[in-house]
Design a protein around this ligand. Structure first.
Ligand code: ATP
Length: 297
């Protein structure tokens, strides 16, 4: 019986390994599939390194021609400033970041970087210039060191450590059983939503891109975590061209400009205090969020 057990047990392990590998590949392709929708222009040029002024100029977009998702959206983000986009679910906020990353091309209008239409840049150089902190970060089944270094694979161990410190992740990692070598992901240690977001921030800091997109997670957080995210976000955005898709208004109160989206259009724009005095959508969203009981974790 033991002669049968060993190979069968081995097959079981092998099966789990293959299944996990397939999950990873599926995820990768899920990401890549969307990237193949657009092609580089034949004469595309690389975007030069350095500060970037980003503009959406009367942008219109529809995933399906029968239903416009964005109409006449204009906004500008200068280097060293943070623009936050808020609005009800389905208003088109995340679509803005997908267009900037060129998962899709705009239907009308244009998006420019330092005055040049982003369709004139190679996608490789465009994506190198943009760091994304997504709503839900994919962790690889590998060490936490590897997961951070993924932001810039040639980064040294010291640089990975500095990024982890800046993302306020270092002390947490030091307390893990194997420190930076602790395995995370589905077969390793499971990280909380907030911890995963900090890994994403560390990755983005390591990449050191001129443009940062921060897509805030929708899930409710306790007020302490909310404050921590706000300060990490501000640290990550410092000195960059930052676009923040926000769900909790308290995290973006200090943004240089807040754009309120409603059904694919810009309904209001201004700073937090300017928008409160307008007594419009933003002011009512703010009043509503102030009433919500804080989640206690
Ligand atoms: P949320 O706050 O819920 O994340 P959002 O403001 O970011 O919402 P978007 O994700 O930009 O909203 O979606 C805007 C609209 O586009 C929604 O009506 C949505 O159903 C639609 N949409 C989003 N992605 C696709 C897609 N891949 N194909 C077709 N329609 C889509």
């Amino acid at each position: 019986l033991i002669q049968l057990y060993i190979p069968l047990n081995f097959l079981g392990v092998l099966y789990r390994e293959i299944r996990q590998a397939l999950t990873d590949i599926e995820r990768m392709f899920g990401l890549l599939r969307t990237q193949r929708e657009v092609e580089d222009a034949p004469d595309a040029l690389p975007l030069q390194p350095g500060p970037v002024t980003l503009r959406f100029e009367q942008v219109g977009f529809a995933y399906d021609a029968r239903r416009p998702v964005l109409e006449d959206v204009s906004l500008e983000v200068a280097p060293g400033t943070t623009v936050a986009v808020v609005g009800h679910s389905g208003a088109g906020k995340s679509t803005l970041s997908r267009l900037l990353f060129r998962f899709y091309d705009v239907s009308t209008g244009r998006i420019t970087l330092n005055g040049t239409d982003l369709r004139q840049f190679t996608q490789k150089s465009l994506r190198r210039a943009i760091g994304i902190v997504p709503q839900d970060t994919v962790l690889f089944n590998d060490s936490i060191h590897y997961n951070i270094q993924y932001g810039r694979p040639d980064a040294s161990a010291e640089e990975v450590l500095a990024a982890a410190r800046a993302a306020q992740l270092h002390e947490f990692i030091e307390r893990l059983p194997d420190g930076y070598e602790t395995r995370v992901g589905e077969r390793g240690l499971k990280l909380s939503g907030g911890e995963k977001q900090r890994v994403a921030i560390a990755r983005a800091l390591l990449k050191d891109p001129p443009i940062l997109i921060f897509d805030e997670a929708t899930s409710a957080l306790d007020s302490q975590t909310e404050k921590a995210i706000q300060s990490q976000l501000e640290a990550a955005a410092r000195g960059r061209t930052a676009l923040v898709i926000a769900h909790r208004l308290s995290t973006i109160m200090n943004a240089d400009m807040i754009i309120v989206m409603d059904q694919g259009r810009v309904a209001e724009r201004g700073t937090h205090s300017e928008l409160l005095t307008q007594c419009g959508i933003y002011a009512s969203m703010w009043a509503l969020q102030q009433q919500e009981p804080q989640q206690e974790n």
